[in-house]
Design a protein around this ligand. Structure first.
Ligand code: SF4
Ligand code: SF4
Length: 383
């Protein structure tokens, strides 16, 4: 009898505990980045028609420089780092970067187009302790908009199902340029059959904004969303897409530059992939004062923004700052629009737990202690 399934289960439990740690840290303090994206190369081996985040000529960033950036993010108190690109698997020492993120106590995730996945590289990522890998699949058959197609990638998905010890999320995409929205359901069913989690992304324009979707596409998106959900799926940020799909703005405060950082290949901090140049400060000089300033900076692009990793961090902050409203958003589907007094008693009790800063700090400190974590000096300093 092989021990592999048991080992996988134990590792899965370990990953869930690390996510609880990230949550507890986010509840305990607003003074550290929850999530950062880093770019080890801008180069990509594909050329999707809607994409503005790649070229075909850039060299990979030197590994020692990438490791310094990871260390600096750890020193700022960052809890999750996602490696993306371009195509990050074109970096020759990707696993060393993943390993350093894990060694510094952060969650390492990877966004790839999947073309370079083979069993040996999947095993390398296992050894480096990757937490989650995400592949975006745009269509069932390749066309002139995108070659990120189920038909091309299916063998890669089977290898992932056989060898990956990390979580795998499939992001199916609808929106501008994607010809057959029904493909989302075919992709989501395949991902479900392979026991991967599923998200549905809506392709934005070059400024992170979205055009309203028609009724047919909206209902396909809702159907696909009902399937297996990924990391932090309890954080309901689908109210953002629910409104945008109808052409309605969202009211929220974007904390990019503070709770979320986008570090480009040149080592500069930007609000996000679609708002590069702001604030455009080198990561090595980024300080607690920058995090504080950007936490409060109002971003005029927020009402029609589609950048969901930033929206997820904002939902965690809403939970800390305005727990009743946030719990309402998290637990009730956007179309129901319940009032706080309509929530069941246990949910109201849960919101009470977070209402006072004292209670929130007490519960999150307890969670961190139960997880056997040392109160890191830097978190104490930044609080
Ligand atoms: S694979 Fe990703 S980075 Fe490359 S062109 Fe397509 S969307 Fe852009
Ligand atoms: S609202 Fe924030 S995440 Fe969205 S496009 Fe603007 S800066 Fe980027």
């Amino acid at each position: 009898m092989t021990l592999a399934p048991l080992v996988r289960k134990i590792r899965r439990v370990g990953r869930r505990l690390r996510e609880v740690k990230v949550f507890a840290q986010a509840m305990r303090s607003s003074r550290h980045p929850i999530h950062a994206h880093i770019i080890p190369t801008r180069r990509c081996n594909l050329a999707c028609a809607y994409c503005n985040e790649y070229d075909h000529v850039s060299q990979p960033v030197a590994t020692e420089e990438m490791l310094r950036r990871v260390d600096k993010l750890a020193d700022l108190g960052t809890t999750i780092i996602t490696i993306s690109g371009g195509e990050p698997m074109l970096h020759p020492e990707l696993s060393r970067i993943v390993r350093r993120i894990d060694d510094r106590g952060m969650i390492a995730t990877l966004i790839t187009n999947g073309y370079l996945l083979v069993p040996e590289r999947i095993r390398e990522l296992n050894r480096a302790k990757l937490h989650q890998l995400q592949i975006s699949i745009d269509n069932v058959l390749p066309d002139d908009v995108s070659k990120k197609s189920l038909k091309v990638l299916d063998q890669k998905l089977r290898w992932l199902a056989a060898y990956a010890e990390f979580d795998v999320n499939i992001n199916a995409v609808v929106g501008s340029g994607i010809r057959n929205p029904e493909d989302v359901l075919v992709i989501a069913r395949r991902a479900h059959a392979l026991r991967f989690t599923i998200t549905v992304g809506v392709v934005h324009d070059g400024f992170g904004q979205l055009k309203p979707l028609d009724e047919r596409v909206r209902s396909i998106v809702e159907d696909a969303r009902g399937m297996r959900k990924p990391l932090f799926s309890f954080v309901r940020y689908d109210r953002f897409q629910h409104n945008l799909a109808r052409g309605a703005p969202n009211e929220w405060h974007c904390h990019a530059g503070s709770r979320y950082l986008y570090i480009c290949e040149n080592g500069l901090v930007h609000w996000c992939s679609q708002q590069r140049g702001y604030p455009g400060i080198p990561l090595k000089q980024y300080s607690a004062a920058d995090l504080e300033r950007e936490y409060h900076t109002v971003k005029s692009c927020a009402p029609f923004c589609t950048i969901n990793c930033v929206q997820k961090t904002a939902v965690l902050d809403e939970l800390r700052e305005n727990p009743r409203e946030a719990i309402l958003h998290i637990l009730s589907p956007p179309e129901l629009q319940l009032k706080p007094e309509q929530l069941p008693l246990p949910v109201r009790a849960l919101s009470w737990m977070f209402v006072s800063g004292h209670n929130r700090r007490w519960f999150s400190s307890m969670a961190l202690r139960v997880l056997g974590l040392k109160q890191r000096a830097q978190l104490g300093r930044l609080r």
